[in-house]
Design a protein around this ligand. Sequence first.
Ligand SMILES: Cc1cc2nc3c(=O)[nH]c(=O)nc-3n(C[C@H](O)[C@H](O)[C@H](O)COP(=O)(O)O)c2cc1C
Length: 164
Amino acid sequence: MALLRGLAEVAPMGMDLRLRTPAGLPLFSPDLEGPPAAQAVEAFAAEVGAADGMVIACPEYVHALPGAFKNALDWLVSRDEIIGKPIALLHATHRGADVARQLHLVLGTLSERFWPDLEARFHLMRQTPDEISAHLRMPVNRQILQQFLSDFTGRIQTRGDVGE
Ligand SMILES: Cc1cc2nc3c(=O)[nH]c(=O)nc-3n(C[C@H](O)[C@H](O)[C@H](O)COP(=O)(O)O)c2cc1C
């Protein structure tokens, strides 16, 4: 989340960049999908549906996707909101090759506009949120974040339907 806050700091004027965690969703069951599903699920899906794109920063837990994050994705699988959604990854550690592989597999299944080649990586482990914030404000790191965001928004605009 500290990394995503750093990204929000370099967002250009006019970009509405919202920070979210997948907290507060019930455990996924196909028997509870509705329609409608629980209010928290409907609200989450509506936010995903309204976004022009999603930047995901996801930690690795025990060599895998954290259950809470996979649970959030599972709620979206049989709905329309994430289909074709532009998605790019930010990584907060040099470790986590397993979660990166799993993210590529799962997100690539959910959206044909998941773009793994756009990802950016920072080495932020064991830093406090304040230290991360200071690190990301260094000109070299601001530049990486700005380039990441500009590449992502540029590709969204050239490959698709923003605001429609
Ligand atoms: C339950 C748990 C399991 C973790 N397993 C891994 C792991 O397998 N590989 C890894 O690189 N980091 C692992 N980590 C570290 C996290 O990915 C993350 O880097 C760390 O929690 C720091 O982020 P935080 O400050 O947001 O907690 C684990 C952390 C927790 C809490």
